[in-house]
Design a protein around this ligand. Structure first.
Ligand code: S3P
Length: 172
């Protein structure tokens, strides 16, 4: 099927718990394209993210993350692979450069939308303790980066995953 975005990786960015993996998976299914979740690849290769943070620290995690993301995006070049990134990965300048050759989709939301998912906190070390407060603080500093990198902004405050997948496909 023709697609205005052409054969470029479609990369989903945005804060933790916004639904990057769920919507990415949905979009990939619609496009009959491969889907890669960079956090899942990190976990396969290095163990759980919580363990990496606990035993080796955030800086080591960021190095692993930058290498993994680069490998995935380079492998996906020239294809319409759908890729979901961890919320903090876009702060890396090498990653930012690689995103220039991708269609970057920023999933936009607010704290209320993600509150229930944050409360469940599935293994996100940066949300330990007062998760909502920490999510808001991280989002405040990262929001301008997400906005600057975005080719497409998808408001995910309303709609089911399938609805948002169709909306995103129409926007490509
Ligand atoms: C992080 C986001 C997480 C994961 C790690 C750090 C962040 O990914 O990479 O816990 O710094 O925002 P999700 O955005 O998929 O939760």
């Amino acid at each position: 099927t023709p697609c205005a975005a052409g054969d470029r990786p479609i990369v989903l960015i945005g804060p933790m718990a916004v639904g990057k993996s769920a919507i990415g998976q949905q979009l990939a299914q619609q496009l009959d394209a491969p889907f890669v979740d960079t956090d899942a690849v990190i976990v396969e290769g290095h163990g759980s993210i919580a363990d990496i943070f606990a035993s080796r620290g955030e800086r080591a995690f960021r190095e692993i993350e930058a290498r993994t993301v680069a490998r995935i995006i380079e492998a996906a070049a020239g294809t319409a692979t759908v890729v979901s990134l961890g919320g903090g990965s876009v702060l890396d300048s090498g990653t930012q450069q690689l995103l220039e050759r991708c269609t970057v989709v920023y999933l936009e939301c607010d704290a209320d939308t993600v509150a229930a998912r944050i409360a469940k906190n599935s293994g996100r070390p940066l949300l330990a303790g007062d998760g909502i407060r920490r999510w808001k603080a991280l989002f405040a500093t990262r929001k301008p980066v997400y906005e600057r990198l975005a080719d497409i902004v998808l408001d995910v405050r309303q709609g089911t995953v399938p609805q948002l997948g169709l909306k995103l496909e129409a926007a490509l």
